[in-house]
Write a protein that binds this ligand. Sequence first.
Ligand code: M6R
Length: 608
Amino acid sequence: MCGIVGYSGKNEASSILVEGLSKLEYRGYDSAGVAILDDGKINVSKCKGRLVNLENKLKSSPLKGNVGIGHTRWATHGEPSDVNAHPHNNNDNTISVVHNGIIENYMELKSWLKSKGYKFVSETDTEVIPNLIDYFYNGDLLDAVMKAISKVEGSYALGVVCSNEPNKIVAVRKDSPLIVGAGKDENFIASDVPAILNHTRDIYYLKDKEFAVLTSEGVEFYSNEGEKIEKELNHIEWDANAAEKGGYEHFMLKEIYEQPKAIKDTMTSRIIEDQPIKLDDINITKEQIENIEKIYIVACGTAYHAGIVGKYAIEKLARIPVEVDIASEFRYRNPIITKNTLMIVLSQSGETADTLAALREAKSLGARVIAITNVVGSSVSREADDILYTWAGPEIAVASTKAYTTQLITMYILALFFAQNKNTLTNEEIENIKADMLKLPEKAKEVLDNKERVQKFASNTYMHKDMFYLGRGIDYAVAMEGALKLKEISYIHSEAYAGGELKHGTIALIENGTVVVALATQNDLYEKMVSNIKEVTTRGAKVLGITVEGRTGMDEFVDSVIYVPKVNDILLPVLSVIQLQLLAYYVSVEKGCDVDKPRNLAKSVTVE
Ligand code: M6R
């Protein structure tokens, strides 16, 4: 939800800011802009649309200067337009601000500022901030930002520059991510690490309401009370190429193909043949596990779908009741939580506002929280009691792929860990599942090596307006993820239904030529699912069936069948979802959609 970047150093700020924004465009791409200090003046260049528009503008009218801030926007308050693009300035253009988040009391602040004579040009909530800072400014930018922030309600990551203090950037965050990068004679702020990885690997993570003051010489940190504080420097080990396309046409395809390795990395040191599962990064005790009465799995979007698979795994393997909730619903429904309730939050980014709020709600009610996240140092990882990283590497495409499969792996690991502690499975049963898990990287590669059938089905169906996904049991959970993948990147209306539920209404939508993707991978539900498939084929549906290698006969009653390699049934979602990711990808490519940056979306949703 918006990306911000800032630079104070000895080099030209403009190109460094634009390069940083190009790595943050996944966070929003409705408009982009920069503000650069030059000779005691702030010069702003901004425009509606993709970053390329700003790049072209800067080519024809370059901005000089060594200190600046930049922004790529996902619109909330005010339509995507030049005037609503960030940065936003105060009335006499001496203060400029980039903002990620939502100022909830901006209407009230706006009318108060108007009563003091301030004028507003945009429809954004952000514009109150430079004017509020202006109101409090008395020769000390940090002091003015602190005073302004004390009046603001909502979420924010801010970068602020002022023409009276031309070397400086003041930054602060609350509930929106912001990191500070320390370089040699140059320092940075950014919403996310990839934006500055080409310049530095030394990162400070800001906590809520901590302030940073950056110049080219150094960075100072202050608490909300204005006291100077020391912060720990973290060294990022990632390969910078991990955040590049590496020869693939799209990030999404690259990330789909990275899954065999990502799955392996998630299991490394956790799943070892003939050794009990050890999770070094979680401290929950055997006694606490034995006492768990109920687990809530809470997440959004794709992570929510991974949570549903997690429910099946934990209930089946560890026999603990699990409820899965959409984070934005959970926090407002007064959930019943006791000290024996465990919450598991799943979030690729670790910054999703709804998930974070649900985590805080559960903690405040006394639940223990385990976070499953991909981003080291993210808010979710800092606030949970225990963390399990998915180790998928940076996921850039808006449509989540390797984050999902690695979340599934992490859920299986946790389910087996609980089963081991509760003795709900024998050692042999645990070892059998582990042995199949260890085969998953190789089996995922097999799926990727045989993509032709799904690619062909995509090229025959991409022009359809609707697609239905059917499954029973754990396949229904995968169907939900398949439908989300398709709708978000191809704009085809797609819905998932439990196979047995169809006859209670939805089947009325099936007509000649309706496209149905039917998952029938589960042995115990196969015959039931076949009946459901026949119910739609009889009514003219064109069906792509997905089943397990070795199962014959499906091609006699569906239009096309694709197979996934055989492993323990509970693990099959890891393989079948790859087929659905490929289907969505190829449909999107056939339709000429912007695969990595679908309309109206942003990768990391840091607003409620
Ligand atoms: O970073 P998170 O895992 O918390 O993000 C949750 C959802 O916003 C995310 O999974 C979203 O649904 C993806 N665009 C799906 O591909």
